[in-house]
Design a protein around this ligand. Structure first.
Ligand SMILES: Cc1cc2nc3c(=O)[nH]c(=O)nc-3n(C[C@H](O)[C@H](O)[C@H](O)COP(=O)(O)O)c2cc1C
Length: 275
């Protein structure tokens, strides 16, 4: 998965909107504390939500949560509102004027320029007693601890860099329910559309690279309960460029269908060497 970001500013300056729930019932709030990295071999995000937040109820109940990044200079007022008023007291969707963008898992908003969808893996309450005293005094004198929620990143949708000539546009998501299979589609700055399918299991890893068209790029990730639909679309409509495997049972191997595969997919982390 690809995410170009300045990690130390992403939360602190980006003020993402944390949302949990379904179309029939969800809540959102502004956050500025969070982490991104690797845990248990998975790409993860951790967020910190005080028990008193209405959003906390949804974070406990739901299996997925999303982070929606909007342009700060355009939506500063809305971010301040949903970061100071509770969804128990106001209709946040109505007040912000945001439009719901339903993902196969989770809720986001069409106003986003970056969406990160996470599958909840783990929750733990911060042990206030073991926090340095000065921090405890500053943040926890009201005994309203943060719970840490760690989520596996299963989908990234980014328009964030579209104004930069040098950058490509990507969408990525999971192929199966267990998250071991991923797809990524890319529209390069030169208007070439390509895709990567990647499978990682106990037996090893397998990668396929395809050339696709705009139609496949547009459709990727739009299916409800995706369950292989995007993967199958790429396989069915795409032109296979390259395939590689690094599996326990056999020696690593590559199969080149188009010698330009590395130029067409220079954005991808290509397994194996060119023949
Ligand atoms: C910039 C900013 C960052 C915030 N970061 C967090 C955070 O990381 N964790 C948290 O629990 N609350 C955070 N808040 C506070 C919540 O957004 C706020 O309490 C909100 O009203 C909760 O809404 P809810 O009750 O509808 O869930 C932040 C608020 C702002 C304005």
């Amino acid at each position: 998965m690809i995410l170009e970001t300045d990690i130390f500013k992403t939360f602190d300056k980006g003020w993402p909107i944390l949302t949990a729930g379904t179309k029939d019932g969800f809540n959102m709030m502004t956050i500025s504390w969070g982490q991104m990295g690797t845990l248990w071999g998975k790409p993860v995000v951790s967020v910190f939500v005080r028990e008193s937040r209405y959003t906390h109820e949804f974070m406990d109940k739901e299996d997925y949560f999303t982070l929606t990044f909007v342009k700060f200079q355009w939506y500063h007022e809305q971010l301040a509102l949903i970061g100071s008023k509770s969804g128990r007291d106001i209709d946040k969707l109505k007040e912000t004027g945001f439009t719901v963008f339903e993902r196969p898992h989770g809720i986001s908003f069409t106003n986003a320029d970056l969406i990160v969808v996470c599958k909840k893996l783990f929750k733990q309450q911060m042990d206030i007693e073991s926090i340095p005293e000065d921090i405890r005094a500053k943040f926890y004198k009201d005994n309203d601890p943060h719970d840490m929620y760690v989520g596996e990143v299963v989908e990234i949708i980014s328009d964030r860099y579209k104004d930069r000539e040098s950058s490509n546009k990507y969408k990525t998501g999971e192929g199966t329910g267990d998250g071991s299979s991923r797809w990524t589609v890319c529209m390069t700055k030169t208007g070439v559309y390509t895709a990567e399918l990647y499978f990682m299991g106990a037996g090893g890893a397998h990668q396929w690279l395809y050339e696709i068209d705009k139609d496949v790029f547009d459709q990727a990730g739009t299916f409800e309960n995706d369950d292989y639909k995007t993967e199958n679309l790429i396989k069915e409509k795409g032109r296979l460029l390259y395939e590689a495997a690094d599996e326990k049972e056999t020696q690593p191997w590559q199969s080149v269908a188009d010698t330009d595969y590395d130029k067409l997919c220079s954005w991808a982390d290509i397994m194996g060497e060119k023949d």
